[in-house]
Ligand binder design. Structure first.
Ligand SMILES: *[C@@H]1O[C@H](CO)[C@@H](O)[C@H](O)[C@H]1NC(C)=O
Ligand SMILES: *[C@@H]1O[C@H](CO)[C@@H](O)[C@H](O)[C@H]1NC(C)=O
Ligand SMILES: *[C@@H]1O[C@H](CO)[C@@H](O)[C@H](O)[C@H]1NC(C)=O
Ligand SMILES: *[C@@H]1O[C@H](CO)[C@@H](O)[C@H](O)[C@H]1NC(C)=O
Ligand SMILES: *[C@@H]1O[C@H](CO)[C@@H](O)[C@H](O)[C@H]1NC(C)=O
Length: 427
């Protein structure tokens, strides 16, 4: 019986193309009523995908490699009327995918029928021809310059180490429209990646290269003058520092992985285990707090704290994003239990598309992760509420909060969306 009902509902879906819903025109009440009975709710910007559809795929035979998005699921057979393909197109063309009604609180809309916009504010110029994978990371807001900084990286030509880029991107928010341009830290950063703002300064993570060890570099957001503030652990080079978060008291947690060695060929062979480090910028104390050869952090990546600074979130990747069996997790650590040491991690979420790169939190404790095709938003318990889609083919790398605006830095473009919350680091 349930099956018959579901098929009947899918048959109705086939006759309701999204093109019936131009973004600005009033909704057709009749079609809306039919769609409400369907389950797949198609609004001008939001498509709400109920559990019934998420749980039982609307074609008999299908498959999806882990680097592809939900809407790129391959329909292998059992979709004679093309309903599954039609649905996937709706998902791919939506600006937002809602999986839980809690998503509407984040977006500040009542339901899927209300329009909601994501603006594209910049398209990065293409990199060199071999750079099929640009990365724009860091994404740190400084109130002094009212601007966001982002690093640029791309893979090396075969037989080369990654090209050292003397610039970072700066999005200036002073004008009526944001202006994004290259600026030049002085001295330049050596393969910069993540960054965090603390007490008037930007703290960059840099991977380093063959001749310059990686670590943490402090930058004045106005003069762009830089100074290395951490580059070793008792003489050991870090492997390739990736991302950093800091408490209000100035304690940094940063991730160290093999990205520089494995992906970018820009560091000498690592001499330490990958893991998560804690650096107290006030006392200078530095120590490994997670990973350390225990397995879960082949390549730890993004880091974030909740508003209360009691929970640390860390994203991790296996050896390559395409490893079906690889790590693509967000881990959650309790910082309160053991006086600065961190307890066993909880698996917070497993990414469905690629792996979670940058990660941010909001004042209600929700977690935002940049993945292939979207920013995924989880409630504090790890339930995926929905996705903010980015342009076709783009990957959300990292984000920066500016009050209630979420700026999303992709491989290709920069987007922004105004949400009904604020970033926890804005408080
Ligand atoms: C569904 O789309 C795939 C390609 O995305 C295509 O190969 C297949 O023929 C389509 N199926 C139907 C029934 O339209
Ligand atoms: C959006 O819809 C158009 C027209 O139906 C389709 O050609 C395109 O593939 C869709 N985009 C995505 C990302 O699925
Ligand atoms: C934005 O304006 C402030 C105040 O006038 C100024 O100090 C800052 O340098 C400006 N930001 C940029 C990126 O020019
Ligand atoms: C890594 O970079 C070095 C120095 O640029 C180069 O000699 C070597 O061939 C590169 N290795 C690979 C695997 O591309
Ligand atoms: C390594 O980084 C330094 C700056 O720290 C830069 O001057 C040098 O050109 C880089 N080396 C390579 C091979 O890119």
């Amino acid at each position: 019986m349930a099956t018959v009902t579901r098929l009947a509902l899918w048959a109705i879906a086939a006759v309701v193309p999204a093109s019936c819903y131009p973004a600005t025109s009033p909704l057709n009440i009749d079609i809306e009523a039919r769609e409400a009975s369907l389950g797949l709710l198609i609004g001008p910007s939001v498509v709400e995908v109920p559990a019934s559809i998420r749980n039982v795929f609307p074609a008999k035979d299908f498959n999806r490699p882990v680097t592809q998005t939900y809407w790129q699921t391959e329909v292998r057979s059992g979709d004679p009327s093309g309903i599954a393909n039609h649905t996937l197109r709706q998902l791919g063309n939506a600006t937002f995918l809602a999986f839980d009604r809690g998503f509407y609180d984040v977006l500040g809309i009542k339901d899927y029928r209300q329009p909601k916009k994501v603006e594209t504010i910049f398209t990065f110029p293409a990199g060199p021809s071999y750079a099929n994978r640009m990365v724009h990371d860091g994404t740190v807001y400084s109130p002094e310059c009212n601007c966001i900084f982002a690093a640029e990286l791309y893979p090396p030509k075969p037989g080369f180490s990654m090209q050292f880029l003397p610039w970072v991107w700066r999005t200036n928010l002073n004008g009526t429209a944001p202006v994004t341009e290259k600026v030049y830290p002085d001295p330049p950063l050596t393969i910069a990646n993540g960054a965090y703002y603390h007490d008037g300064a930007v703290y960059w993570q840099q991977e380093g290269n063959y001749t310059t060890p990686g670590g943490i570099v402090r930058m004045d957001p106005l003069t762009l003058k830089t100074a290395v503030v951490l580059n070793n652990y008792l003489g050991h080079r870090f492997n390739s520092p990736n991302d950093v978060v800091m408490t209000k008291r100035g304690v940094a947690y940063f991730t160290d992985g093999y990205y520089g060695f494995d992906n970018f060929n820009d560091t000498i062979k690592p001499e330490m285990a990958n893991g998560v480090w804690r650096w107290d910028s006030k006392t200078g104390n530095v120590r490994m707090v997670a990973g350390a050869g225990t397995g879960i952090f082949t390549n730890p990546n993004g880091v974030a704290l909740n508003r209360e600074e009691t929970t640390l979130y860390i994203t991790a990747r296996g050896f390559a994003s395409a490893d079906a069996d690889g790590n693509r997790n967000i881990y959650q650590f309790d910082l309160t239990a053991n006086q600065g040491r961190i307890a066993q991690p909880l698996l917070f979420a497993y990414s469905d598309a690629g792996f979670t790169d940058g990660i941010k939190t909001d004042k209600e404790g929700r977690v935002y992760g940049g993945v292939t095709g979207s920013v995924d938003i989880f409630d504090p318990q790890g339930t995926l509420l929905g996705k903010i889609n980015v342009a076709p083919g783009d990957t959300a790398v990292n984000m920066a909060w500016v009050k209630n605006w979420l700026y999303i830095y992709g491989r290709d473009k920069i987007y922004r969306v105004q949400l009904n919350t604020v970033g926890s680091q804005m408080l």
